[in-house]
Design a protein around this ligand. Sequence first.
Ligand SMILES: Cc1ncc(COP(=O)(O)O)c(C=O)c1O
Length: 395
Amino acid sequence: MRNMVSQGAQRLEPSLIRTVLDRAAALRAEGHNVIPFSAGEPNFNTPSPIKAAAQKAIEENYTHYTSNRGLPGLRAIIAKMMERTTGMSYDPETEILVTSSGAEALNNAIHAFVGEGDEVIIPTPAFVSYKNLVKFTGATVVEVPLSPKECFRLDAKAIEAKITPKSKMIILNNPNNPSGAVYTREDLEAVAKLAVEHDLLVLSDEMYSRLVYDGAEFVSVTSLPGMRERAIVVSGFSKSYAMTGWRLGYLIADKALIAPMLKVHQYSTTCSPTFIQKGLVDSLEDPQTEKEVQDMLAAFAQRRQTILAGLEQIPGLTPITPRGAFYVTVDVSATGMNGMDFANKLLEEKFVATVPAIAFDGDTANLIRISYAASDEDIQEGLKRLNAFVKGLKG
Ligand SMILES: Cc1ncc(COP(=O)(O)O)c(C=O)c1O
């Protein structure tokens, strides 16, 4: 048979994260206690009011289609959340689109605006989906590697150097997966200015906007001059509400930008599961939901301190201080290994699963990514094993 695989699908690369997760699962199946420093997934459970409300919604037969845009009540709450966190006002009728996950939101945004002949600028390291979704459309990925020495600070000058007449979109992830960088207002303003000058769209993935530490300020690029008409926000409930398996996300943008994304959404998912949407409408504003979310956020802040303090005690490992999300990148070059060899050996010998940061591209060959969305016990045990592993290398 001829090769029937589409050009787009042929361009997709298998994810290194998957490779690590599969190997970790295989080791677990052999009976090993594998420390999960690899997955971007909170170890917490979904807040109890959300679970109860979604079950009730099923009982009450919220099991039919909703509007393609999502339940009006949920769109209204998302608009309120956006206004509270960024000061930006969006019309729930026309400027919010409920999607089945942040992943779907990214897919809609990229397919609605990017195609063959376009260039898309991605500061790296960056979440693996961006590059692959862009490649799928036939557009060209233009990487802008940020500097680990500057804690992956957003570099407008480096972005400017990569702008050509074919540039269409800049993809920002703030706070960043994998680096944990939180972009400053000043750096975002410089990038926003470029977007206006060169008439570019900015796709802003703000999935981790509630997870910031050390007094870092989260600034949505939408709130900067000239950006409301050209910025598209992607976010969702997976990370800050511990709802990774529910698959619910959203897009926020000016109504002229939502319209083409609505078309992509309409022909791919139609609408997100109705009982999940209804469950969220009935529980998001419950004080108990917010309390459980706040408890999780406080736990992440504590775990971040624990992991950074622990890593700093291990000679040969240099953590690059993150200000957001629940990841830390660690320079392992002083051990004589690169990130890939270190992560593989660590997994095989000590059963600690981390991700070689090269999976996220950029200037990361010497780095691994540790996710500290793991339990306190796993963090303590993982640090112990890391210490023993590095000591063993020297011996
Ligand atoms: C930066 C970023 N954006 C989007 C997503 C997708 O989230 P979901 O599809 O679970 O909503 C992830 C998940 O890891 C992420 O790290």
